[in-house]
Design a protein around this ligand. Structure first.
Ligand code: UDP
Ligand code: LCN
Length: 819
């Protein structure tokens, strides 16, 4: 879209739209008449533009009308609630910025309206009585939290840590009373009752400043590498405890930083201090829904990237904590506990074991706590959509278990996904501990109109519980870790996953006029990586796990169908396009199969291999998986794919999987991730790490991971013809340009090494833990006010919603099987 010449910064859309409409009055009258002609309805961006096209059939005329401000407004409109003669529009000129206007289709008058009024128009389409109820429940976190600082630039979204550090440094400036916050914080640092950094005597800014001058000049006289214990006693006499550093040089640097901040706080020094302070030794990570394990679980329903992410995250965090503890001059052991549910009917996995050390760590464990109800312990797996009735009790049991195992409170609690984030919020709030959350995937954006149509979807998905729980934990947490910018605030054209929780309505339940603000400095982007000891380039021959070669060749080429593979590849010489995912509808593996089936050009060029789910629908309990299995079988039949497709059942060994990616890279093939929507997409970075050129969905995280045409390719999951042709063109180009494949492979790897590694991640997250731990102390009054509001939402709304979910007595009756 062209620039916006006539929208000045100070103008609102409601101010400037009347003139813009006037300039194209004839066409706009036609256009708005079309909008209202079908009566009440909710229009999405694509419907709006389609109607515009039809109202102005002449292409030149249309582009003239759309050239200026009007085009900008119309293309920025995400949604329009049509209630004739009015059209209420939700316009998003920039990520995070929304305006609402109401246009009368008869005379084209424009009025600016509030978010609440826009939602009421929307509700009129779904539930008129609710829309007209003056006392309908409105949730407004903006009204309770108006004192906290907010960024204003869309480009600052997701960089909360640096924003908050700047803000804190202003808060510590001026009057020495302000800097006392830092002294109090240093006073609060302890480990198992042992004081760190400073003792009780250094309890004022002046005392600490004085001691630091003496301390710093004393350590400056020592050789730089002098170990801490050689001069510990002298520092103790001055009031200093352990934690400043392991050598004289490091202690001196830390003392200098603290002195400078006490004298005149600056964000740079403050940021550095939080990378050094001994604040985090014990971390609890929640991921209740299962199966959560280290082997034989991947690919099972609900068990995918989140598990891979957490296990890699634990390894990276432990390694970084060990390094930091050493540099702090301490000899403590860090401890990370991943708490998940214990599933007695573990179906051959280790999910019925109470405790399991985490492989490749020294001090980290998985701890499993069962779901308990009045009927006793729940034995079977339950879908993540049905999990809410167990969470409150689980959080209490888990808290008791953690306190016992850690012999005290943890320093940081991290939640994962809706269930883990809610449990983390309950525990963090109870114990007064710093909390971080990770969504992995917010379900709200995955299903169209999942908020407005919640009543229809609730029996299957219980979105009323899920969206309420998400809102509770988003607001309750001290910081939010996201994998990409798009997860928070989307792109220029599409709202982010968090952003979609800002203003929404669930008619009959609640109208959310401010659910979350994406400009809050709690948002931080810290992208995960892939374990580079497992996923490394196919060219690194000496590192390859060659023992898997025969098994992989059997997996790909053995001609007999069995319960591990189905279909065969008649021409083994062709390159392979490969995909691997759980068999969820949203992963669109069946979509890829259909694109391939329909595209003769692509079929002539390459074979298709997919790893997904399994083949017998009667063995699945997951409704989406059952439908997808059936669809895969029928597509293979319909397009006569046998001879060109290999469908492999879910694979659970990541070492072997990594060799599979590399084997496909050896065939000069490609990885394709065709999801209808993907929050992040670990398979994308695994494939790129192995050197496979990658085609991935433009809907969600992969659009940010890959720079289209540079480090891989974007494909549109809603346009199979275009996407499959794009893949075919790549392979055609590889035939004519001998180095093209290698060039794309290398560019993918470069992108990974620059932006997607666990080392970068662990550093950022530990910095967040320490910094937000301090920030919550500085802003405790605001935090308390918000917590009271959240508590009310939890007890009055969430608890009631949970009661609508049935607790299975024996094996749960799956809705899909009951239908
Ligand atoms: N995975 C696997 N076997 C399968 C399917 C997936 O090992 O049959 C792994 C895959 O390698 C990746 C994770 O599961 O590590 C999937 O993560 P992703 O982020 O792509 O999707 P999610 O399942 O979390 O939605
Ligand atoms: C959940 C998803 O759906 C994926 O997109 C992510 O990669 C995964 O979690 C890890 O965060």
């Amino acid at each position: 879209m062209a620039s916006t010449p006539s929208l000045k910064r100070s103008d609102t859309i409601a101010d400037s739209m009347p003139d813009a409409l006037k300039q194209s009055r004839y066409y706009m009258k036609k256009c708005f008449a079309r909008f209202v002609a079908q009566g009440k309805r909710l229009m999405k961006a694509q419907n709006i533009m389609k109607e515009v096209d039809q109202s102005i059939p002449d292409v030149q005329e249309r582009s003239k009308v759309l050239e200026g401000l009007l085009g900008y407004i119309l293309t920025s409109t995400q949604e329009a609630a049509v209630v004739p003669p009015c059209v209420a529009m939700a316009i998003r000129p920039n990520p995070g910025y929304w305006e609402y206007v109401k246009i009368n289709a008869d005379d084209l008058t424009v009025d600016g309206i509030s978010a609440s009024d826009f939602l009421k128009y929307k509700e009129l389409i779904f539930d008129q009585d609710w829309a007209n109820d003056e006392n309908a429940v409105e949730i407004d976190f903006g009204a309770i939290d108006f004192l906290s600082p907010r960024a204003t630039l869309p480009s600052s979204i997701g960089d909360g840590l640096s924003f908050i550090t700047k803000h804190m440094s202003t808060g510590l400036s001026g009057f020495t009373g302000n800097a006392k916050h830092l002294v109090d914080y240093l006073q609060s640092l302890t480990h198992r009752g042992e004081k760190l950094m400073i003792d009780e005597t250094l309890d004022t800014v002046e005392c600490l400043q004085g001691a630091l001058i003496v301390g710093e000049s004393f350590v400056s006289t020592l050789p730089k590498n002098t170990p801490y214990h050689n001069f510990e006693l002298r520092l103790k006499e001055l009031g200093f405890e352990k934690g400043w550093g392991d050598t004289a040089e490091r202690v001196r640097e830390t003392m200098k930083m603290v002195s400078e901040v006490l004298q005149a706080p600056d964000p740079k020094n403050l940021e550095l201090i939080f990378t050094r302070l001994p604040a985090i030794f014990n971390i609890v990570i929640f991921s209740p829904h299962g199966y959560f394990g280290q082997s034989d679980v991947l690919g099972l329903p609900d068990t995918g990237g989140q598990v891979v992410y957490i296990l890699d995250q634990v390894r990276a965090l432990e390694e970084e904590m060990l390094l930091r503890i050493k540099q702090q001059g301490l000899a403590f052991k860090p401890r990370i506990i991943v708490v998940t549910r214990l599933i007695p009917d573990a179906k051959g996995t280790k999910c019925n074991q109470e405790m399991e050390p985490i492989i490749n760590t020294k001090h980290s464990h998985i701890v499993r706590v069962p779901f308990r109800t009045e009927q006793g312990i729940l034995r079977q797996w339950v879908s993540r959509f049905d999990i809410y009735p167990y969470l409150e009790r689980f959080s209490q049991d888990a808290t008791a278990k953690v306190l016992q195992l850690m012999d005290g409170k943890p320093d940081l609690i991290i939640g994962n996904y809706t269930d883990g984030n809610l449990v983390a919020s309950l525990m963090a709030n109870k114990l007064g501990i710093t909390q971080g959350t990770i969504a992995h995937a917010l379900e709200k954006t995955k299903y169209e109109d999942s908020d407005a149509k919640w009543k229809e979807l609730d029996p299957k998905y219980h979105f009323s519980c899920q969206f309420t729980a998400d809102m509770i934990s988003m607001n309750s947490t001290d910081f939010i870790i996201t994998s990409t910018y798009q997860e928070i605030a989307g792109s220029k054209s599409r709202p982010g996953q968090y952003e979609s929780h800002t203003v929404f309505t669930m008619p009959g339940l609640c109208r959310v006029v401010s659910g979350i603000n994406v400009f809050e400095p709690k948002f931080n982007i810290a992208a995960p990586g892939a374990d580079q000891t497992v996923y490394f380039p196919h060219t690194e021959k000496q590192r390859r796990f060659t023992t898997f070669k025969p098994a992989i060749e059997d997996l790909l080429f053995n001609k007999e169908d069995n319960n591990e593979h189905l279909g065969y590849l008649a021409d083994k010489k062709k390159p392979i396009i490969f995909s691997m995912a759980r068999l969820d509808t949203v992963k669109n593996i069946s979509g890829l199969t259909e694109w391939y089936g329909k595209n003769k050009r692509l079929r002539d060029l390459v074979n298709l291999v997919v790893v997904a789910g399994f083949f017998d629908p009667s063995k699945s309990k997951d409704r989406e998986e059952i439908a997808e299995i059936k669809k895969m079988h029928s597509l293979i039949e319909q397009y006569q794919l046998k001879g060109q497709i290999r469908w492999i059942a879910a694979q659970t060994d990541r070492y072997r999987n990594s060799e599979l990616y590399r084997y496909i890279a050896d065939s000069k093939g490609a990885f394709v991730q065709p999801a209808l929507y993907e929050a992040f997409g670990l398979t994308v970075i695994e494939a790129m790490n192995c050197g496979l050129p990658t085609f991935a969905t433009n809907q969600g995280g992969p659009a940010e991971i890959i720079v289209d045409g540079v480090s891989g390719f974007h494909i549109d999951p809603n346009n199979g013809i275009e996407s499959s042709n794009k893949i075919a063109e790549f392979f055609e180009k590889c035939k004519t340009e001998s180095d093209y494949w290698n060039k794309m492979s290398a560019a993918g790897l470069q992108r990974i090494n620059e932006c997607y590694t666990w080392k970068i991640y662990a550093n950022k997250v530990l910095n967040m833990g320490a910094t937000y731990g301090f920030w919550r102390k500085m802003s405790k009054d605001q935090k308390l006010a918000k917590q009271r509001y959240i508590h009310m939402l939890y007890s009055l709304q969430f608890r009631n919603l949970v009661k609508t979910i049935q607790i299975p007595v024996e094996e749960p009756l799956q809705p899909s099987l009951a239908e």
